[in-house]
Design a protein around this ligand. Structure first.
Ligand SMILES: Nc1ncnc2c1ncn2[C@@H]1O[C@H](COP(=O)(O)OP(=O)(O)OP(=O)(O)O)[C@@H](O)[C@H]1O
Ligand SMILES: [Mg+2]
Length: 306
């Protein structure tokens, strides 16, 4: 599979501050790639470098296998983007905003109708943008990004501020673009649940450094653990009995890191030692747990260095 984006040791320094460091990412084409990281981890800075809006202090960006520094115009003609809040002519209608883009990209009226249909704004085409909801504005932003028939779309937090139904709509829209038009998409988000649901590929960064890149599935498999919670009448005794397993007491319940198959055995052991078990429940770790664990480990490493 080809990569739409490859970066080689991309770094960005602002004065003494290293915002992004030695980022080497390879993003396969034809997928939605999630770009995940806590606040201030360097997502927007990286995205700006991918779009040629900021120059890396060091390193190189290749898009469609061409160096961005030498083929900027060529590349950007095939890329749609939504970074920060999209800027529109608020006093004009959605249709008129797209009409302006039509002049820029020299495409037909049919393209306007088509992109309005894709982002489900046909019904609001003649409404002024200042009267659009946030979700509608975000979708108009995507419509604008689609006007140049891009091969790649890069979106910085497109679901930020949207309600659950707006988030779902955006997710369905992005998945449709990949499926029907073969567009590759990179999307940053804080909404880990979103990323987990729509992305096949994921890059996790923290403090400007890459912690993981690869298939979402592999990440979930690699770091996944099942947590089993036991509510008993003597957690301390239970903990001492189960010295061999990874166990802790949290919120007055025993938290055991184990697999589902081990539940009956643990339960039998507790009952055998006269511990009353009132509840047992089982929870799989989500991407959120994994993400917190990955980023927490880095923080702990930092503290250890101090
Ligand atoms: N122009 C700038 N000058 C100085 N520092 C900057 C500049 N732009 C970004 N930074 C710093 O670089 C770091 C990364 O910022 P960036 O906006 O890339 O993070 P982010 O991952 O997008 O965060 P968020 O999730 O809050 O959007 C932050 O500490 C930020 O303060
Ligand atoms: Mg940001």
């Amino acid at each position: 599979m080809l990569n739409v984006i490859e970066t080689q040791n991309v770094s960005k320094r602002f004065g003494d501050f290293q915002a992004v460091q030695d980022l080497n990412i390879q993003i396969p084409e034809g997928t939605i790639c999630g770009f995940l990281g806590p606040n201030g981890s360097g997502k927007t800075t990286t995205i700006r470098m991918l779009l040629g809006l900021a120059k890396p202090t060091e390193g190189h960006v290749k898009i469609f296998n061409m160096p961005l520094e030498n083929h900027k115009q060529d590349i950007l003609n095939q890329v749609g983007a939504l970074v920060d809040s999209p800027s529109f002519y608020d006093h004009l209608t959605g249709y008129e905003n797209l009409k302006i883009m039509q002049y820029v990209h020299h495409n037909s009226d049919k393209t306007i109708e088509e992109v309005l249909g894709i982002v489900e704004l046909t019904h609001a085409a003649n409404k002024k943008v200042k009267d659009y909801s946030l979700g509608m504005k975000q979708r108009l932003g995507i419509a604008i990004a689609l006007m140049n028939d891009p091969k790649l779309i890069i979106l910085d937090e497109p679901t930020n501020g949207l309600d659950p139904s707006g988030i779902k709509k955006m997710r369905e829209l992005l998945m449709k673009l990949v499926k029907d038009r073969g567009i590759s998409i990179i999307v940053s988000s804080h909404n880990l649940f979103e990323i987990e649901q729509m992305c096949r590929y994921v890059c996790v960064i923290n403090k400007g450094q890459l912690l993981y890149q690869g298939d979402m599935h592999t990440l979930l498999e690699k770091y996944k653990h099942d947590y089993i919670y036991f509510v008993t009448d003597d957690n301390t005794k239970a903990q001492s009995l189960l010295a061999d397993v990874d166990i802790s007491i949290e919120d007055q319940r025993l938290t055991v890191k184990a697999h589902r198959d081990e539940i009956p055995q643990i339960n039998k052991m507790l009952v055998k030692h006269d511990i009353n078990v009132y509840e047992i429940y089982h929870e799989k770790s989500s991407l959120e747990d994994i993400f917190l664990k990955l980023t927490k480990n880095v923080d702990e490493r930092d503290y250890a260095d101090e």
